[in-house]
Design a protein around this ligand. Structure first.
Ligand SMILES: Nc1ncnc2c1ncn2[C@@H]1O[C@H](COP(=O)(O)OP(=O)(O)OP(=O)(O)O)[C@@H](O)[C@H]1O
Ligand SMILES: [Mg+2]
Length: 279
């Protein structure tokens, strides 16, 4: 179903967050879908942008590939407005810009695109009828992910509690710093979320403490446990928070969302204070 247009005068530039880590299977999509749902549950209007050609966020929200007419591919290349691509989901206030297989070729097409790093920014950083835009990134630091970093205010980094968790992290941090220097000075890491934590596994605890040493306060207090309900939910086309709100995984994502909302509030306060000092 296509989104009904709202009065453009009511629109404002939403807060834009990317969920990213070039490592595969660390919980990016699970985090993006459940965080978006939890934000909607507290009254926020959210657009989830599926920027991965695998389309896991789209299928995880019950949007089937066959039903998709236009996708984030069209948004990226300026061939469709994001509002014409967004579809409603079963979650009240949550819309989805679905992905398509065309995105797999977008990397190569972007290389020759005009202002290739800014394509997504041009499409998303504008007044829209949403409070939040959350981008689910693919598992790479390619031009697609770079486009997300140039477009957003902040990045949420899921880290799986396993031996290789920290491997490649310096590459991610360096990429973020490069984007800050060259394209998007306001970009920062919103926070790092530890995923698939298993308290019975000593390694999980050791990795968690190493990550806290490396990232300090940036690591959210909430840790997402390994929970089979989180992995079952997408096969029903539902976020875990809707599929089984009481399961430990869903509860952890609800706590994470509260923590993120608190951090958001603090950031807004800091910004107002800075603006008042300048004025
Ligand atoms: N906390 C968890 N407990 C148990 N299973 C989980 C948890 N988080 C994610 N999973 C499962 O692990 C797999 C990978 O998760 P997910 O798809 O969210 O990772 P991803 O980083 O988006 O992967 P990709 O890099 O392929 O996009 C999925 O099958 C998902 O259902
Ligand atoms: Mg994914």
């Amino acid at each position: 179903m296509i989104q009904p247009r709202t009065n453009p005068a009511d629109n404002k530039i939403p807060r834009l967050l990317a969920v990213a880590n070039q490592k595969g299977g660390v919980g990016k999509t699970t985090t993006a879908v459940n965080l978006a749902t939890a934000l909607c549950a507290v009254g926020q209007k959210v657009l989830l942008v599926d920027l991965d050609s695998q389309g896991n966020a789209s299928t995880g929200l019950g949007v089937r590939r066959a039903e998709i007419q236009k996708s984030t591919y069209d948004v990226l290349f300026g061939e469709a407005d994001v509002l014409d691509v967004a579809v409603k989901t079963k979650v009240p206030r949550l819309s989805l810009a679905p992905s398509s297989l065309h995105l797999a070729g977008a990397e190569i097409e972007l290389v020759t695109a005009e202002e290739r790093e800014y394509c997504l920014r041009k499409a998303l950083r504008k007044p829209l009828p949403y409070d939040y835009v959350i981008i689910d990134c693919p598992p790479s630091l390619s031009l697609l992910t770079l486009n997300a970093f140039v477009a957003v205010d902040s990045i949420v980094v899921p880290l799986q509690c396993e031996f290789y968790a920290l491997e490649g992290l310096s590459h991610l941090v360096k990429t973020i710093e490069r984007v800050q220097r060259s394209f998007n000075p306001g970009l920062d890491i919103h926070g790092v979320v530890l995923t698939m934590y298993d308290p019975r596994n000593r390694l999980s605890g050791a990795v968690a403490s190493d990550v806290r040493k490396y990232f300090g306060d940036k690591v959210y207090k909430t840790v997402i446990p390994r929970n089979v309900r989180l992995s079952e939910a997408p096969s029903y086309g539902l976020p875990a928070i809707v599929y089984d709100m009481k399961c430990p995984g869903a509860q952890a994502y609800i706590h994470l969302a509260s923590e993120i909302i608190r951090r958001e509030r603090d950031l807004r306060k800091e910004k107002i204070i800075k603006e008042e000092q300048v004025a």
